[in-house]
Write a protein that binds this ligand. Sequence first.
Ligand code: DI6
Ligand code: FE
Length: 413
Amino acid sequence: MAGNPKPPRLWRDVVLFDGHDTRAEPMAVVVEAGHISRVMPMTELDRDVAAGCREMGRGGVMTPGLVDCHTHLVFGGSRADEFEQRLEGVSYEEIARRGGGILSTVRATRAASEDELFAQARPRLEALMAEGVTTVEIKSGYGLTVADELKMLRVARRLGESLPVRVITTLLGAHALPPEFAGDSDGYIELVCREMIPAAAEQGLADAVDVFCEKIAFSVAQCERVFESAAAHGLPVKAHAEQLSNLGGSAMAARHGALSADHIEYLDEAGVADLREAGSVAVLLPGAFHTLRETRLPPIEALRAAAVPMAIATDANPGSSPIFNPTLMLNFACTLFRLTPREALAGMTAQGARALGLHEQDDGGHGRVTAGAPADLCWWDAESPAALAYAVQPGRLRQRIFNGEVTHDTAHA
Ligand code: DI6
Ligand code: FE
């Protein structure tokens, strides 16, 4: 027996950022049965409609729920000690010689149980959610054995089942060369292609496959083999590319129809044209740029001129971006990369969803405020959408709405 359906919920007189632009007029948004049912200027909201709704809020700013399309939230251990050592003058090489860096995270991740990884990742994810994230991508990449990569992906899936947030998982087996394969990176790539990808695909644990294409990681040819295996198992691909040098990883990713090329500080004009041609998203990661104190800027002007969609994400990870704050990334995208606040917000909503391939899903409208879209929304205490990028001020989220349900409410606390 179905109970009485919930009345539609109404937010009125909001300044609406719809995923691409800020609407010129005050708007009304109606949510019903988990979806956005109507989006209209206040002048078109008639009394009868309003009377049939439960009013949830008035004024403020409404945006789509934030989409963080690139994170490494699941990992064991901490690298705070290395951060401290480096600032006390110990060199990067010395830290690596002592077994530090990415491989220290690999050791801690392998040693941790699934429950321990879950318990450690959960507060990180909750921090993102408290600042408006309703969809998050989580990568593996610190296990580097078949069993440990699958373990990380299971933890990511479980986070999505346990908390009111959409989790998209990505297998990043080709993240770093594990010590057991020292001197045999082709042998490791073989393992990724022949065992990891098939197992993750068969168990439904991965929504996509990623690679780290870099001198310190894997070559273009090796990444291409990974992509061929992913395609054979029906999984979309994406790449960490052109972060520290220009190897042509983005061009190769584009040839394989990648969802996105991520980092891309060293991308050149030809690479921009390749992304445009392929319809791939350029994912910009200002947190890693900041943490690594990079100086080479991604080719923003060329991406803009070519109308390549630009997404923004936290890259939350223990090494190059230990930053679990999506709204800070809006500010960084503007201050460090000179994006406009509109571009930054679109980058964490509509374009972030595109980078995850969600724009192609049946119910469409992910990362946008449009009739028919899943009702993932944020209602903010701010005078304008631009103010969300302008001020670094956590705590302005009044309500977070996930699948039509209010999951966080300071307005009625
Ligand atoms: N890009 C990065 O910057 C890192 N991984 C990647 O693919 C660093 C990850 C780490 O240091 O743990
Ligand atoms: Fe990353």
